[in-house]
Design a protein. Sequence first.
Length: 420
Amino acid sequence: MLEKNINDAFLNARRQIREACNLYDECKLDDNKYEMISHPRRIIEINIPVKMDNWKIRFFTGYRSQHNNARWPFKWWIRFHQDVSQSEVKALSMWMSFKCAVIDIPLWWWKWWIIVNPKELSQWEIERLSRWYVRELYKYIWPEQDVPAPDVNTNPQIMAWMMDEYSKLVWKYSPWSFTWKPLTCWWSKWRWTATAQWWVYVLQKILELSNDKIEWKKIIIQWAWNAWLIAWKILEEKWAKILWISDSKWWIFNENWIKISEIEKIKSQKKSVLEYLDAEKLWAKEILEKECDILIPAALENQITDENADKIQAKYILELANWPITPEWDEILFKKWIIIIPDILANSWWVMVSYFEQVQNNMNFYWEEKEVSDKLYKKITNAAKNVFETAKEYKTHLRSAAYIVSMKRILDAMKDRGEV
């Protein structure tokens, strides 16, 4: 029987994997394989001592979930956040592994989460925490093994501090040791553009394979931030119509379309989308239920649940947030002919662009914009096509198809290495 708990990310992840295994013969006939790929290999807990601005010592707890290393090496996100559970850390490490497999890059994933609210710390305290973090873990970081990157509440500046501390500890300038660094520390160029292009490429390819196109589509985007604004420009150039958009609290609506140039000005001044004058203002989750062609939940998990899923009127849902749809609704929405482009395909740009940076750092040779764009386009269109064709073969929705594509690659690697 499948585990079910809307608030338990790990159980939800296992449930999604179980549903895909039930379709994929190699897993369906061998339950050991399901167990092998639905558990992380190890969980580590650390306590980091940091001297605060008031000279008192404060300990910060961190969790590390290392899912699997069949496709090698590990890649990991560092998250600073006050709300954490081992369940979510384990789930994220698993989802990231499947993202790497579905887009076919040679990485496996693990997740580090430090329990801290960075808004309560000064800039100096965040820097000290970042450097102490590296001192605790630097022996686990090297290009053939583990390469960290930022996640929620961590950023290129924090990566620069961590890279600098690591370089001091190993007595060697090491730009490859962390990705998503500032440009001055050998960040991959055009990273934000590539991030935006990724999900536009995904959307275009799925529409194309569905005998559809993006022109004049009515779109709802949940949450406006830098990369989305770049993508928005690309969509405008293709004559898509953004009718609804939100920031963290408010929604705005214009029945014709919302102008990206005006939103850019507002966000550059760090103001709310409420400053947009020619629009209706709302504060409600019900916006997800409005009629549109393409719905893009891009903020938080569990946005489409028992409360609103049967009211969804979109034709396509592009998941840019992690697990915005609770698992039991995948099949129901699929039967309503709503095409869900799943998070493990749609929002895997982070790992792809981070992988590009890692490759360039190791080569000490950096690509120009066209080369980045061409490589990105080839990877994502191939991944989207594989998932779409697998969904047709197994007569299932795209999420289970994405897991089947990933599982096949994972299990093939484990089989060749003698692990299963």
